[in-house]
Design a protein around this ligand. Structure first.
Ligand code: SF4
Length: 212
């Protein structure tokens, strides 16, 4: 498909999703950047809903970067265990908070390079922070983004970094962050991985290649 054609289709998809899901916000609850980093780490192989159940208690007990940096990782593990992979998540969260405290003055950095230097932070998490916290163009290639982009024919890749590379030139920079949040909402509501996609009820029916 010609570049101009796929770009026009991608922009139409952006507009349709915007109309269908006007409020596109991250489904992880957090009111501070460092809390978002913690929540994102906990969300690996866990539902956002489960993470949102755990984090209020976690942040009440350790209410700052410094407090969490000084916490015993075994105590963090005991709290985050319901999210799965408790030991490695607790270890990463502890190391990440210590690095934030010691190298970044307690502030979450605003560049991809610096974010990727933090323990437990990959491109997906870094893009989420860049988009949600700092308002920068960011493609968050989570499972919904990859599945829907492939089904729609916006990429034929599976690797998150390659999907990100394919989507970046297609999605207007100012829309990319919200677009990814909307893919999550649309994936859950209509284009699920668990059930057959409900194409007949989908607002993207005429724009989608339906590579199912
Ligand atoms: S048309 Fe079908 S495959 Fe395409 S996004 Fe909608 S539900 Fe998913």
């Amino acid at each position: 498909m010609a570049d101009a054609e796929i770009r026009a289709r991608a922009e139409a998809i952006v507009d349709r999703l915007k109309a269908a899901y006007p409020d596109a916000e991250c489904t992880l609850d957090s009111d501070e950047a460092w809390k978002l980093l913690v929540s994102v780490r906990l969300a690996a192989q866990c539902t956002d809903a489960r993470v949102n159940e755990i984090t209020p208690g976690l942040f009440a007990r350790w209410p700052s970067v410094d407090a969490l940096a000084e916490a015993d990782p075994a105590e963090i593990e005991a709290v985050v265990r319901p999210c799965g992979l408790g030991r490695s998540k607790a270890r990463d969260i502890s190391a990440c908070m210590r690095m934030l405290r010691d190298r970044f003055g307690g502030r979450v950095p605003d560049t991809m390079e610096a974010l990727l230097s933090l323990p437990g932070v990959g491109r997906k998490s870094a893009n989420l922070v860049l988009g949600d916290v700092y308002g920068k163009p960011a493609i968050v290639t989570d499972t919904h983004c990859i599945r829907l982009s492939r089904r729609m024919g916006l990429t034929d890749q599976k690797d998150p970094a390659r999907v990100e590379r394919d989507l970046l030139p297609l999605i207007p920079p100012g829309e990319s962050n919200a677009f990814c949040h909307r893919l999550v909402l649309h994936g859950r509501a209509v284009c699920s991985a668990r059930t057959h996609p409900r194409c007949e009820a989908c607002c993207l029916n005429d724009l989608c290649d339906k590579h199912i």
